[in-house]
Design a protein around this ligand. Structure first.
Ligand code: SAH
Ligand code: SF4
Ligand code: F3S
Length: 456
């Protein structure tokens, strides 16, 4: 490479993609390139894409179209599509957008430097073959200096009938506990305070690693991993996502209660509150089992924050079955719920079924679900009123520079007056004075790390 080049990355989709983007940015930094906030100032543009629903995929094409046009004026522009659309479409993407230089699936994120070398040698490259993911040796360029993602398991071996993830992310591949701990130790040393352990089905962690006990239990479970990493110096908080009700264990709940750094915050998608729909989705649990899990969590940690994902309008879902989803949402009272209308995806079984619902029905159910979610989240927020919460300060309130923002252990966003230069990365006791459905406002009363209350 000659002159230093500027790169830009736009990331779509889930936390996995965000984590992959940070590692790819780390690779580009190491190659001597500089980050450009504005894609129009960059000469290497990477779109890290998502295909979970059709609208996510269409968004990618509209972004790409704009840059493909620019390439006609600026032939040395390098255009890269990474992530899940790249994996799903592969070669076809090159036919659709011939201006592309590189199409690379998520498993190839850590190989970006090799792939770019081929591109700079004049090739148009497609890297979508399944591979064993190379252990991460790059230093990611992380967006935050306080909170960090750490992958623990890649891929997914489930076969939920609506979902593209197994097709685009490949089979489960767990990182070793030692590699995970080492990454966290490094993060602690760099001043990071919070780590979120990531996996599409994080409860599957370790089942592909060698070694199981006499009782047939794997030596490396998520629970064991939490015990193995919880004392990493400097890291004050540990979260994990995403949990799967099929594999979620009481042992894990007890570990969360026992380990002080593990936050009382659970993200456990239920997808539907109806057993027949759950069966058609091939989720492997009933709504009764889901309720039992939540009861168990609340038995050990009455105040735990619970969030989830749900789909409205799955093929064949009747109004009555949808009512069961509403009932579950009403009964459980989620702190947060990510909702979506069902979207048929290429290569998934449910997309081929004939009992698809109309867009109108799906939209209507989604709206009704969202209204209930908002009401319930606002109710759940009420419990924070006048309480003292420990808030890890992450940054400035983008809408009010006299305020900082951070999160409670339960992952509620909190704003309070203060100077970011002083407070960033600290855990502050904040008295909550105003509650909204998805965020809170308060006044600082001290730092909780020292035990004593320091006046700010
Ligand atoms: N691994 C996680 C979720 C991964 S995808 C799990 O097992 O729950 C994130 C969310 O997108 C899913 O929880 C689901 O609610 C939603 N989703 C996935 N495929 C979808 C589809 N075809 N249509 C609508 N929503 C979908
Ligand atoms: Fe998709 Fe199911 Fe795997 Fe989650 S568990 S990523 S919904 S296949
Ligand atoms: Fe999207 Fe891929 Fe994540 S499809 S949700 S970016 S795993």
């Amino acid at each position: 490479m000659t002159a230093p080049r500027k790169y830009h990355i736009t990331t779509f989709g889930c936390q996995m993609n965000k984590a992959d983007s940070e590692r790819m940015a780390g690779i580009l930094d190491r190659l001597g390139m500089n980050w450009a906030e504005d894609p129009n100032q960059a000469d290497v543009i990477l779109y890290n894409t998502c295909t979970i629903r059709d609208n996510a995929e269409q968004k990618v094409y509209s972004y790409l179209g704009r840059q493909a046009k620019r390439k006609h004026q600026q032939p040395d522009l390098t255009l890269i599509v990474a992530g899940c659309v790249a994996q799903q479409e592969g070669e076809q993407l090159l036919r659709r957008v011939p201006e592309l230089d590189l199409v690379m699936g998520p498993q190839h994120a850590n190989r970006l430097d090799d792939l770019l070398e081929q591109v700079f040698a004049g090739n148009q490259v497609v890297a979508t073959e399944p591979i064993e993911i190379i252990e991460d040796i790059t230093k990611p360029r992380r967006e935050s200096t306080i909170t960090a993602w750490v992958n623990v398991i890649y891929g997914c071996n489930e076969r939920c009938t609506y979902c593209v993830v197994p097709g685009v992310r490949g089979v489960e591949q767990s990182r070793t506990p030692e590699a995970i701990r080492q990454e966290m130790v490094e993060l602690g040393r760099q001043g990071y305070k919070e780590v979120t352990l990531l996996g599409q089905n994080i409860d599957a962690y370790g089942r592909d690693l060698p070694g199981s006990t006499a009782e047939g239990r794997h030596q490396h479970t998520l629970t064991d991993l939490l015990y193995f990493v919880h004392d990493v110096p400097g890291i004050e908080r540990i979260r994990f996502a995403t949990s799967h009700p099929r594999y979620f264990t009481e042992r894990l709940i007890r570990a969360c209660q026992e380990l002080p750094k593990v936050c009382e915050h659970f993200h456990i998608p239920f997808q539907s509150g109806d057993n027949a729909v759950l069966k058609a989705m091939a989720r492997g649990y009933t709504q009764e089992k889901y309720r039992r899990i939540i009861d168990k969590i609340r038995h050990y940690m009455p105040d735990a924050a619970i969030s989830a994902d749900a789909i409205a309008g799955f093929p064949g879902e009747t109004e009555e079955q949808f009512q069961n989803t509403l009932q579950l949402v009403a009964d459980i009272g989620f702190d947060q719920l990510n909702t979506a209308a069902y979207s048929p995806r290429p290569g998934t079984p449910a997309a081929l079924w004939e009992n698809q619902l109309s867009e109108d029905v799906k939209r209507d159910r989604l709206q009704r679900l969202n209204r209930l979610v908002e009401v319930k989240a606002a109710e759940r927020s009420q419990r924070y009123q006048d309480r003292i919460e420990q808030v890890l300060v992450e940054g400035q309130n983008p809408k009010d520079p006299s305020q900082v923002m951070g999160r409670t252990r339960g992952n509620r966003l909190v704003f309070f007056p203060g100077a970011i230069a002083q407070l960033q990365g600290q855990i502050i006791d904040v008295e909550i004075t105003q509650v909204r459905a998805f965020s809170l406002t308060g006044i600082p009363i001290g730092t909780s790390l020292t035990g004593a209350v320091a006046v700010l």
